[in-house]
Structures are given as C-alpha cells and as structure tokens.
Design a protein. Structure first.
Length: 156
C-alpha cells in the first residue's frame, strides 16, 4: 500500500496560516491525503545557565504542542476525522522546513498562504522563491492569504 500524500503547513501566528490550513485540509480530504503541521521553536541559547535553557526549551515545546493540538482539531474536523501528522522542530523556520522536507518522503506538497500586507508575501515565501524553490523535491502551493472560507471551499 502506498503512503498518502502529505500536505505540509507551517504553523505560525499569522492569519494567513489559517487559509493555508483550510486549503491543505480540504485538498487532502479530496485526494485521500493527510495534513502535516510543522511548528518550529527557537533553540534556547543559555549555555551559561543550562537549567534556564532547559526550562525555556520545555516551555517552548509545551506551547508548540498546545498550538499544534488546537490546529489539529480543525484539520480533523475539515478532513472528516483524519488526524494530521504533527512535527515540532528546533532552529530557524527556514532551515527546519527544508530539512524536514528532505527527511520525510511522505511530504509531497508544501502549502503556504501569502501575506496580504504591502510588505510582500511573507519572509518564508520570499526565502523559498529567491533561494530554495528550484532545489526542493516537492511542489509548493501558495494560496492568497485573503481568501474567504467560501472561496477556499470552491477552489478545493
């Protein structure tokens, strides 16, 4: 039996991320795929106070787990009961994302939503378009961040 296509969404605190999440969930449901949710936490850099660094890392991980669980509930509802795959990585979002895509062969599509402000599509999309897009092994779907739920439903 072949592995299902995983539609990967990077979980952050932006409003457009919810657009990417809905789009990925509905596409996964339509094609029999799954959604993967990636949350990246910064590495705690307190070498002088290891206990403080460990505490900060643990708190960041707990916050990441809670945020992923909240969004996992949305994915489960939108996909008709399919739990997403949850990923928590440490480091920068850019490097953690590229590394995860390289490591996990189930990930077949990266879904991002473009920011709607005047500063551009967002730092991750800008990075991917300028530096990495030609080197990725998977396609990237960029969804307009200002789409309504009804528009997303129509597109998927």
């Amino acid at each position: 039996m072949s592995q299902p296509n995983v539609f990967l969404v990077v979980v952050d605190n932006t409003t457009e991320m919810r657009v990417a999440l809905r789009f990925a969930s509905l596409r996964a449901k339509r094609v029999g795929g799954r959604v993967g949710l990636l949350r990246v936490i910064r590495k705690a850099d307190f070498q002088h106070w290891a206990a403080v660094g460990n505490l900060m890392r643990e708190e960041a991980r707990e916050e990441a787990e809670q945020l992923l669980q909240e969004h996992a509930a949305t994915v489960t509802e939108l996909t008709g009961g399919e739990m997403p795959i949850l990923y928590i990585k440490e480091g920068t979002t850019k490097s953690a994302l590229v590394q995860l895509i390289d490591e996990d062969s189930q990930i077949r599509i990266l879904v991002l939503a473009a920011a709607t402000n005047a500063r551009g599509p967002g730092p991750l999309i800008s990075f991917l378009m300028k530096k990495i897009i030609g080197k990725l092994r998977i396609p990237v779907t960029i969804v307009p961040g200002g789409l309504s739920n009804e528009q997303i439903d129509t597109l998927t």
